[in-house]
Every structure is written in structure tokens, then in C-alpha cells.
Design a protein around this ligand. Sequence first.
Ligand code: MN
Length: 741
Amino acid sequence: MPPVPAVQSDGVPPVADPARASLDALLDELIATVQEARPKDDIAPIPKAFQFAAQHHAGQLRASGEPYLMHPLAVARILADMRMDVVSIVTGLLHDIVEDTSVTTADVLRSFGSEVAGCVDGVTKLSKIDFFSAEDRQAESYRKMLLAMVNDIRVIIVKLADRLHNMRTLGALSPERRERIARETLEIYAPIAHRLGMGKVRGELEDLAFRYLDPEAFEEISNSIDSQRPAHEAWLERMRRTVEGELRREGIPARVDGRVKRAFSVYQKLKRQKISLEQVYDLFALRIITDSVKNCYGALGVIHNEWRPVPGRIKDFIAIPRPNLYQSLHTSVVGPDGKHCEIQIRTEEMHRIAEEGIAAHWKYKEGKRGAQDDQRVAWLRQLVEWQQEMRDPSEFSSTLKLDLYPEEVYCFTPKGRVIVLPSGASPIDFAYAVHSEVGNTCTGAKVNGRIVPLRYSLRNGDIVDILTQTGHQPSKDWLGLVKTSRARNKIKHVINANERERAIEIGQKFLEKEARRLGVQLSRIQKTELERVAAEYGLSKIEDLYASLGYGKFSARQVLQKSAPEQVAEEPLPPPAPVADPTQYARRDDDSVIKVHGIDDVMIYRAKCCNPIRGDAIVGYVTRGKGIAVHSRACTNVQNLMYDAERKIEVEWARNASDTFPVRIVVQTDDRPGLLHQLTTVLANENTNVRSLEAKTDFTAGNDAAFVEMTVDVRDKKQLEKLCAAMRRISGVRDVERTNQ
Ligand code: MN
């Protein structure tokens, strides 16, 4: 978020001396405030930072026409009033210098050291974040992200002071900018102030924002409150005196303040309860500040003794503090004239925390540590202690993040939308969070302008640009890279849909093949007949029928029998008798020796081109009309076939089948007597069934060479290798080769 813009004073003469004199006076006041709040601190960096800022912002004017330097001075003053430390004050003076002048963070580091440079850099980074959605969830994401990005809590406090001054001086801007900044204040910064327990800053930010966002409602409420102000004040004063007197009588030391509620909180009440201003009867609030928790409860008793409490309005935030560590007792009573009044009771310490929140704890950084042992402020104190103990800022940063939002990471789309993901999420999670189509077609990602691998772990503030390609499909590997269930479900959905498509195709082919085998003319079977059969299986569409066939839920024969009972016999035919043709032999058994992943009962055959046997790495290919062809992965045809990735299918050897496979082997030998006998002896010793064996003399290789071609049955690759090794050991054997020719 850019700060109020600096207007360059082109051609305007240098700022006149009176302006400078008033700036100097403001500096003096600032230093006096810091010295009073923190007498032991070295304030030397403050005038130095002032000079530095004056030099670099020289000539710049605010939209109001004031010298720009007024703004950082005012921000520093707000911080001084919060009793923040010198680093915070100096950061306040320099907070816009990197954003709006030629000064770099390195320059700040050289002149003011790493603490100040780190804080200025942090504020500059926050300023660059553009907030642009009024959607509630987005706003919450922004708030969390701002907190998660900050590695020094002082950055947030300076940013809030900056925003507070900008809001106080918002009038000089155009209506559009006013509205935008006011909305951002209400949706982002006021809740952050609330989160950090800074009630005073929050209240002022809300009222200022409200004034610009709904001027009419603001006017109406303020006017109405103002018109009755004298009456209100008289009533409150009466109430206050009574309370003071009663407490004194009971020996409870206390300070009692009366106030009319803030415009914005009245407005929220009107909206929440859908009532008119006249009906808001607890416009009034009293605050009792006493010295101990015991006296808080004592004061509550005194109040309830004096006035009737409104049922359901007593709240004990002392016993159960709010998440931002706010503590108080709340009650509402029916006061004089039947008017309701809210009463808050707290100790001085609780009051300071309620007003200043995290800033209240900041000043305990030095000295008084351990003075308050209250467990209930442990969280804030821990933050402060980490700050002291952690020399490595990145370590602090991770600890702070860990504490605030341990499981989330905040990233942006290139257009600036915030995407909240679990920590460890990948660009794929991001893509699916944007849109499921973006996820499905994601081919890569750029993070902060650079290509990253899809397994990249996203970090806070990453700007993620997803690269897509129409028609691209998610891969199963992605399931290992995603952290969100949304991405996981979408990926599974697509994979299942693809598998179903494949099953439909396989089922259809299976039916066609079986029909051919049984001599059924599939084209004669009416579509309505198939639909009826589908319905019989409890399926609504023919496609479901095919898919079920493809998944092997029932057989093609059953379906044909049901669709054309007059053509297909009830009893399955006996299995065909074994035939000599090795391919025929193989085909018959292949359905049981090879498994297709996730699908049973499909037609499978081992491709003739590579004749894979058990133990070979194999891959399936969905053919058109012939079931699944199983190739050896080493098969040269596979490379050509597998371009169509859709039709590739994972297959594996069935575990318990005991089939054998016919394999053709060519042995090259010396042409000498007795060799053939030695070969057949080896085959016998290895218990190998020989289907055919033929010896030839190879005249082209010279008259001392011979070839023996044989077809043997082997159980698997291991047995084949053992056999080949045994044959190679025979003296005179030159080469043994498995072949498919
Ligand atoms: Mn600023």
C-alpha cells in the first residue's frame, strides 16, 4: 500500500524558513517526548535521522501542500507517545525514504545500522502489498499475511502509526483514494491493531475510516451524540461520582472515567441489532481502574450492589482473557433514569495492555523483565523475549510465523489475489486453488518471475504464475506433491475419469471380440437391448456396461448371452484344445499370466514382435479391437506405439501362475560332431521341454560354422538365462541368442 503520495514540487522554490522552523520545533518536541518516556536511551540517532530524512525528502510536498517531512515526523511522534524505543522512532522518521526517494536499504544500513535498516525494509515491503478485495476471507488472508511477513513486530507498529497519521490527514486526497485507503484501514489495519491488542489505535482508525466510508451515517450518529452531549455528560458525571464515592467507602482505590461510546462501535451495534439510535440504550460507558485483581472483583460487587445488572452482560475477561490478551471485567447496569451503562473494571496494567497491546509490552524490553509473572501475558512477553534473544533475524521470523500462523503460507496470483495454502504446498496446490481447470492443465510454474519445479515449496509472499497448456492432464505423480485435499481430489477425479474411459474402450473391444468368436453379429443387437442388459446389472448407461466389462466385473459372454439368448448358449463352450501354433498357445493363456492394473478379465496377448516372457519388463498397449497387446519394454515397436500415451497401460506378470512360455533360441557353434548331443544334454539337465530343434550349416559364415535353432518352453527369464549360460559353457558354442524371428 503506497503511503500518501509525495508531490514533487517541480519548479517550486525551496521550502521557506518558517516551515523549517516549525519542523525543528516538532523535532524538539519529539526528542523531549522520547527522553521523558525512556530517559536512559541514547537519542542521538533521532536528530541524525531527522537530518537524513530532511535532506532526501527535500522539496517533496504532501497532498495537503505541507512539506513531506511533516509526515515522518508525525509518525515518529505517534510512536514516541506509545513510548516505543529509539529504533522504532528512527524507523518512523525514515519509513518512506526507500519507497519515495533514491535512498536504498543499503544506505540506511550504512548510516543507521542493521536494526533500523531491517525495520525500514520491512515497512517498505508492507507498503508494496496491494490490497484489493472487500471479500471477508481475502481481508483475513491479507491480515494474516502482513503479520506473517513481518520479522520484527516493530515493523507492524510503525506501519500502524504511519496509517494512523495518513488517516488523520486523509482529507487532502481525492474521494476515490480516500475511500480506498479508508476501506483498507477498516478491513486490514484496524483488525491488526485489534489482534495486537492496541485498542486505542484500533478505535481511532475505525472512527476515522468510518467517517470516510459512510459519511452520512457517521454524521448522523455523531450529530445525534453531540446534540445530547451536555445531557449525556451530566448523566455520566452523576454516575461517575456515585461510583467513586461507593468505591471509596469500601476502601477500593480507583480512577473512574466516563465516556460516550465511539461512533463506529455505536454504528456496528445499530447494524448488528437492526435498531435505531434512540434504541441504543448503552451509549454510556464507565471505566474503573484499580490496583489489583482482587479489587476488580470487589468493585464489581460494589457496582452490582448499587445498580441492577443486565442479565447476560457480565463478562469475566480477567479469568478468561481475549485472544489478544485483553483483560477486564464487563458488566452493564440499569443506572439513573433507567439508562443503561456499560462498566469496565481493570487494573492499571490491564488498562495499558488494553490500550497499547503489544506496544505496552515493548517497553519492558529493558529492565523490568520478570517483574510481572502473570501467565496470561506470556504470549506477548514471549514475542518480546524472542526479539531480544534471537540474533538471527530469520530465526526470529520463523518463530514468529510459527506462533502466529504455523500451518499456512500466503501467496499471490499475478493479479494480486491472495491464495492461502497449507505450509509445504506446491505450485500444483496453488493452481487448483485458483481454478480446477488451471490445475488440470498446469504444466509448470513461475515463482517471482522464475521457473520452478512443480515440487517447489511455496513461501510467504511468493507471486505464482501457473503455466498451462490446453488438453494437458494431471499425472499420478502429482498426488505425491500436493498438500491440499482439493488438489488431491481433483487429480484423482481426472485420473479415475481417464481410467474409466480406457475401461470403456477395452470393454467395447472385448465385447466385439467375444461376439466375433461366438459368431454373434453385434450390429444386429439393438441399442435398447444393451440398455436393458445394462439396467439388469443396475447400470443406467451402455457406457457403464462397457466400463464394467473393461474393469472385468462380468464377462462379455454373459452380456452377449443376455442380449442375444437365441444366439449364445447358456453354458460356456469347453476351452479350445491345445494347438501347436505357439502364438495360439500363448494367446490362450495370456489372460491369466499377465495382470492389467485395476482391470481383470480383459483380453491380453503377448506381442509376437518381442514375445515377452515372465521376468521381462513389460508394458501394455490398448489395441483397437484385439484387447491389450503386451510388449517387452525393450521392444523397438513400443517406442513407436507409445506416442499415444492414452493407450499405454500398466501391466504386470501375475504372481502365482505356473505357465511356461515358448521362446526361440539361436545357437551359433563350431561345426563339429557331438555338439548337438551336448546341447540336448544341457536342455535335458535343465529340465527344459523342447518344442522344435533344427541344425543348419551356415555356408556364408565359413564351413566350420553351424546354427542350431530351437523353440523351448521356459517358466521365466531367469530360467532362460540359466539355460543360455549353460549352453554357452559348452566348448565350441560361440553365441546364444534369444530371437523372435
Ligand atoms: Mn508513510
